[in-house]
Ligand binder design. Structure first.
Ligand code: BGC
Length: 757
């Protein structure tokens, strides 16, 4: 009897496998729509057969994701994960990579479970897998959508060659609060730029064919509003208006749905009193019903269980009930679904149909990846040998690091340096392999592979005797024992380059800070060197905006390099010695002090705006002790050359709704270096039914110009781009006067105007 029961379902599965193999030959991007419908129908019938024969326990297994003990990315580890795989209780695994290990675990599932359903392997492939690119905030400063897409593409190629099917990226949380350590993982403060980058990353990870063995599932995280915790403290409460949520924090998530993202991850925080991991409004009403998302939703690490300390569930069982009813498909690490869904069905709190629906979404993506046709198709030693850290990948990482760096200051053209100068290279990050690749570095090697600034400089400086190096101080300590060595070599040099900043662990998850000065005694060392009167170039590595007022006053040049990745040292040397010209622009505002935070460019005017001139300044929206302006605004970044903007115009003065608004401006390279400019277009709606920002980024374009070269840049907008949440919360444009601004950053702008009728 037992045997009979087994043979029938197994036959159906085999039949399913066969149809899936057939699909593999046609599941390419040139599928005609009829072929697509046919292959979708095949998948649906496969899933019908499969879910029909699955037991409830087997379905719950598909809803469960567990970490291995290879890496710890959260508070708990379940040492028993291998047995749970064999028992079919865990259908998905994260923190496992390499062909050997993923094959070993896949075998446990395929050879021990009744239906041989393959595991799905997820991992935090955030800014590279083996070849580490600059941290995501750094990449965003390139404003280079093609390069960002390519970086994600390379990460996917390497990760999939090591058995991974799914990345927990992109993180698309808007962040306007530099205290929040996870600012480093996103694309900064702006909605438009953040949404464009979110789409580029999804395209890069997923490509246009999930079945291809070099593409992986992307995951938009952390849904939602995780970037706005009160006081910038990680995991803290989020309380914001519906208008703000929809205007600022949700659009990048919606953008990923439009780009076809396969999965979503819930956030740890609550949103207006309801934890995101049990939030039906976010997960079902908006995500599924409004946006039409069809993939699956995974929680963040144990965030179902965290509904208990949040105080909305009395125990893990009730937490599981809330999560499933809210629309969570997969439980990461907490085991609440594994432990309680069966009981909850028996108690009538949730239905088996809900479990089946969730399991089906997960199985569908396993099918699309081709895992049912061959569970080991991502476990190929040859690909693993050939595709990791290739020269092409390393070159792309170097290029991305050059594009990400932002030149914050360059007095008297201190930079670029001549290769014949005598250089004192000082600082805790000048020869540091461990920190240069930043946090969330997947399988990246921190010990041997990264290229330090010292190594980069050695390749550039003509006479090796002209390069002097000492560390000078540590990142975060009061040890001054190397200060004197630093002073001594600085005295001998023509120019001093100081490489300073944060350690990798000072930004990223659970790394909020209330003091954003250079940590430890780094500033003290800078002050000691400053006394020598030599030109000083400060190179910064950090994961968020820092407070740099003193440095801005006292350094001759400042280059913000973020954590630039495996090839960081070469890229920095390329920029410092003029083999490349900095072109990055800030995607997060740099405050003057922590008291200004949250600070961002697209502020509203208020009823009492601060004006620099005018008789009455006291009763204005301002501070008594610091100006309203930031140290470095959004969109800011210098070049070794200069650019002039002229002939900014619209083709008409009045436009009808839906009519194309043609905008043009001429940009000229007025300096002596070839350079790339990021031309930024902003807009202001002058009078509307609700208060709106003084400017909002609407378009941008990167343009490379030789000295004296001019280019006409054109942009188009329609009334759709002018839409906002009106007084009654409908999303549309209102007729009236508009201003447009264009320029090199969010403050240095020229303007024109038009009317929408
Ligand atoms: C983080 C996520 C990450 C997950 C898995 C969590 O702690 O918040 O961003 O994807 O761990 O490592």
């Amino acid at each position: 009897m037992k045997i009979k029961q087994f043979i029938i379902p197994f036959f159906i599965i085999l039949f399913g496998f066969t149809s899936c193999t057939e699909k593999t030959t046609v599941a390419k991007k040139d599928l005609s729509s009829t072929d697509k419908t046919k292959s979708d129908a095949k998948m649906e019938s496969f899933l019908d057969s499969l879910t029909k024969i699955m037991t409830l326990e087997e379905k719950i297994g598909q809803l469960t994701l567990m970490s291995t003990d290879w890496e710890k990315t959260g508070p708990t580890i379940n040492e028993n994960y291998k047995n749970l795989i064999k028992e079919g209780k865990v259908g998905n695994i994260f923190n496992a990579y390499s062909v050997k290990f993923t094959r070993e675990l896949q075998q446990l599932a395929v050879e021990n479970t009744r239906l041989k359903i393959p595991l799905l392997f997820g991992y935090d492939v955030i800014h590279g897998h083996r070849t580490i690119f600059p941290i995501s905030l750094g990449e965003s400063a390139s404003w280079d959508l093609k390069a960002i897409e390519n970086s994600a593409r390379i990460a996917a190629t390497e990760a999939s060659a090591e058995g991974i099917h799914w990345t927990f990226a992109p993180m698309v949380d808007i962040s306007r609060d530099a205290r929040w350590g996870r600012s480093s993982e996103g694309a900064g403060e702006d909605v438009y730029l953040g949404s464009e980058i979110a789409k580029a990353r999804v395209r890069g990870f997923q490509g246009d064919d999930l079945f291809a063995t070099n593409t992986i599932l992307a995951c938009a995280k952390h849904y939602a509003a995780y970037g706005a915790p009160i006081a910038g403290r990680d995991y803290n409460t989020v309380d914001m208006s519906e208008r703000e949520l929809r205007t600022t924090y949700l659009p990048p998530f919606k953008a990923t749905v439009d780009a076809g993202v396969s999965t979503f991850m819930t956030a740890f925080n609550d949103v207006n009193g309801v934890p995101a991991s049990g939030n039906k409004y976010l997960l079902t009403d908006i995500l599924r019903e409004e946006w039409g998302f069809e993939g699956f939703v995974v929680t963040d690490y144990t965030s179902i269980n965290e509904l208990v300390p949040h105080g909305v569930a009395k125990d893990n069982k009730q937490a599981a009930e809330i999560a499933l009813n809210a629309g969570v498909d997969m439980d990461m690490q907490g085991g609440a679904y594994m432990d309680y869904l069966k009981e909850l069905i028996a108690d009538g709190k949730v239905t088996e149909q809900q479990v089946t629906t969730a399991a089906r979404k997960i199985l569908a993506l396993k099918y699309k990846l081709g895992l049912f046709s061959d569970p080991y198709r991502y476990c190929d030693e040859t690909r693993e040998k050939e595709l990791l850290m290739t020269p092409e990948h390393l070159e792309a990482a170097r290029d991305m690091a050059r594009k990400s760096a932002v030149l914050l200051k360059n007095n008297n053209q201190t930079l670029p340096l001549s290769k014949d100068k005598k250089v004192a290279l000082i600082g805790p990050l000048a020869n540091d392999k461990y920190n240069i690749i930043g946090s969330w570095t997947a399988a990246g090697d921190r010990y041997t592979k990264p290229v330090t600034v010292l190594e980069g400089f050695k390749e550039k400086i003509s006479n090796p005797a002209n390069l002097l190096f000492t560390q000078g101080c540590e990142i975060n300590s009061d040890n001054t024992s190397d200060f004197q060595n630093a002073i001594n070599i600085a005295k001998k040099a023509d120019v001093v380059v100081m490489v300073m900043g944060e350690s990798e662990g000072m930004s990223g998850e659970a790394a909020s800070r209330t003091n954003l000065d250079l940590p430890g005694n780094q500033k003290e060392l800078l002050k000691a060197i400053k006394k020598l009167g030599k030109p000083i170039v400060l190179v910064l590595m950090n994961g968020r905006p820092l407070t740099l007022e003193w440095e801005n006053e006292n350094m001759d040049a400042i280059l913000e390099a973020w954590f630039p990745g495996t090839m960081g040292g070469y890229a920095i040397a390329d920029l410092i010695f003029g083999d490349a010209n900095p072109s990055g622009k800030l995607t997060m505002t740099f405050p003057r002090n922590v008291g200004q935070i949250p600070i961002y460019y697209n502020v509203k005017n208020t009823g009492r705006p601060y004006e620099l001139k005018g008789p009455e300044q006291r009763y204005r929206s301002r501070y008594l002790d610091v100006s309203n302006s930031p140290l470095y605004p959004f969109g800011y970044g210098l070049s070794y050359t200069t650019f002039k903007y002229a002939n900014f115009a619209v083709d008409k003065k009045t436009y009808a709704f839906k009519e194309t608004i043609n905008i043009s401006v001429t940009v000229t390279n007025t300096g002596t270096f070839k350079g790339e400019e990021i031309v930024q277009l902003y807009m202001r709606d002058m009078v509307a039914s609700v208060t709106l920002p003084l400017k909002e980024l609407k378009r941008f374009e990167k343009v490379m110009l030789k000295p004296n070269e001019s280019k006409k840049i054109t942009f188009t907008l329609t009334s759709d781009d002018l839409a906002f949440y009106t007084k009654d919360m409908s999303f549309k444009a209102e007729a009236g006067e508009f201003k447009l601004f264009v320029g090199t950053n969010s403050e240095a702008l020229i303007e024109t105007n038009f009317t929408l009728k």
